[in-house]
Write a protein that binds this ligand. Structure first.
Ligand code: HEC
Length: 106
């Protein structure tokens, strides 16, 4: 619900500016809100499961070995398929996939 409202009012540029301001304003470790696994599951089911299935299946040759790579690929897919996801959406989905499937510590 909140996501839908947010999407209606925020242009991509505004989002980027906001993300930067947030990152500047808060301590580095707290620069993003706490990831929400339940939101991540909803986002995944809605936008990713049609290709990656449930439970998640890899579709590429490159095996993910850490969370940075995982986040990078989530960003790549969400950008490529024009989902208009914000940082929080990516982070929530990363948390969800890591908890369910990848189990990376870092
Ligand atoms: C239209 C189909 C499609 C959708 C939708 C999609 N992906 Fe992908 N995704 C792919 C394909 C194909 C690859 C393999 C790309 C490659 O290796 O070059 C991939 C790669 C990945 C990878 C890297 C591991 C792998 O499978 O190679 C991750 C992680 C990933 N996607 C997550 C997501 C997430 C999260 C979403 C939802 C935002 C998503 N994808 C949406 C098709 C899709």
């Amino acid at each position: 619900m909140i996501h839908t409202l947010k999407r209606q009012f925020e242009s991509t540029i505004l989002k980027q500016v906001k993300a930067k301001l947030l990152a500047l304003a808060l301590l580095p470790g707290l620069s993003l809100a706490v990831a929400n696994i339940a939101d991540g599951k909803l986002l995944y089911d809605e936008s990713c499961a049609k290709c990656h299935h449930t439970p998640y299946q890899s579709l590429g040759w490159n095996e993910m070995t850490n969370r940075i790579e995982l986040r990078h690929m989530i960003e790549a897919c969400s950008n490529h398929f024009q989902l208009d996801w914000n940082d929080q959406d990516v982070q929530d989905t990363e948390e969800f996939l890591n908890t369910e499937f990848f189990f990376f510590n870092e």
